[in-house]
Design a binder for this molecule. Structure first.
Ligand code: GUN
Length: 295
């Protein structure tokens, strides 16, 4: 039987509807949640992401602003802009789109953002809170979105073997931190695999929940998956396709055709995790705005 689809579009729409309701309540109390995204340089893919963040904010009734800076921007200028945003009470969430041009230290930028406005969840304070299971911080949006997808799809996680392929700070490591916690939608036994993993197949084949976040088109093939596993595909890769209208198409890290014959449930690309990232960013921003009323 082919795998059931975990529909990221529908789940993200549900999260965004909840965000819109919470935004309306906060606006009644005099606070309009505001997210400012900063984009340095003119990478077209990053430009598309930032524009869609701004649009999603507006649809939810929030203030969404983008600041676009030239690729030649100095580190000091960006740090001073972050100081301004940290001190602006109408800005509740700050997102600096990664990657940054090479003259700017990503670590310095991440550390300069006020942890209470760090809706990306990249600041070491928030990373520490995530690992210690302190729900007071912000979890990075993509892995938080995967956890919501598992919950909404009714996947039982307690006691399950979760195998994550990829050890990035944006997805792999925080994904592991979320799934090892004791509590709802967690309690997994987690393995992180990476480029130096000795026997990748041995790990992936025993995964009850397999999460692919390596950025390699269709790398996870059917033979790597245990029958009945739940497979979540975080990859968004462009591959050349002369037959496609744009000359390329988007595929995930999972070979969908093969794996959907083996897995019990699978998230597709597009239409899977990608939609969740922005939805969770809005959710984090609304929470940041709410916290300003509580402190
Ligand atoms: N670049 C790729 N993913 C992300 C993300 O989630 N946040 C930021 N700031 N940059 C990214």
């Amino acid at each position: 039987m082919p795998a059931e689809i975990i529909d990221g579009v529908a789940i993200a729409a549900k999260v965004r509807a909840r965000v819109a309701e919470e935004t309306a309540e906060l606006r009644k109390r005099g606070v309009t949640p505001g997210l400012t995204a900063v984009l340095v340089g003119d990478d077209p893919a990053s430009g598309v992401y930032v524009a869609s963040k701004e649009r999603a904010c507006k649809e939810a009734g929030m203030n969404g602003k983008s600041i676009r800076l030239p690729a030649s921007t100095s580190e000091e200028a960006l740090l001073l802009l972050i100081d301004t945003l940290n001190n602006d009470p109408t800005v509740h969430g700050i997102l600096v789109q990664m990657p940054l041009p090479k003259q700017i230290s990503e670590q310095k930028v991440i550390r300069r953002i006020a942890p209470t406005k760090d809706v990306d969840g990249f600041h070491p304070f928030n990373v520490g809170k995530l690992f210690t299971g302190d729900a007071d911080g912000f979890a990075p949006c993509t892995p938080a979105g995967v956890q919501v997808m598992l919950e909404e799809a009714g996947v039982e996680t307690a006691g399950k073997d979760a195998v994550i392929i990829g050890r990035s700070n944006i997805v792999g490591k925080p994904m592991a931190a979320l799934l090892i916690q004791s509590g709802k939608n967690a309690n997994c036994t987690v393995t992180i695999c990476h480029s130096r993993t000795k026997d990748l197949l041995a790990h992936t084949r025993r995964a009850d929940i397999l999460i692919a976040a390596i950025g390699k088109p269709e790398m996870v093939t059917g033979d790597m998956v245990k029958p009945g596993a739940v497979v979540i595909d975080v990859g968004i890769n462009r591959v050349d396709d002369p037959a496609a209208p744009k000359g390329y198409r988007i595929v995930g890290d999972v070979h969908f055709e093969q794996v959907s014959k083996v897995a019990s449930r699978i998230s597709p690309v597009p239409g899977g995790v990608g939609r969740m990232t922005i939805a969770m960013l809005l959710a984090n921003t609304v929470r940041a705005a709410r916290l300003t009323l509580e402190h």
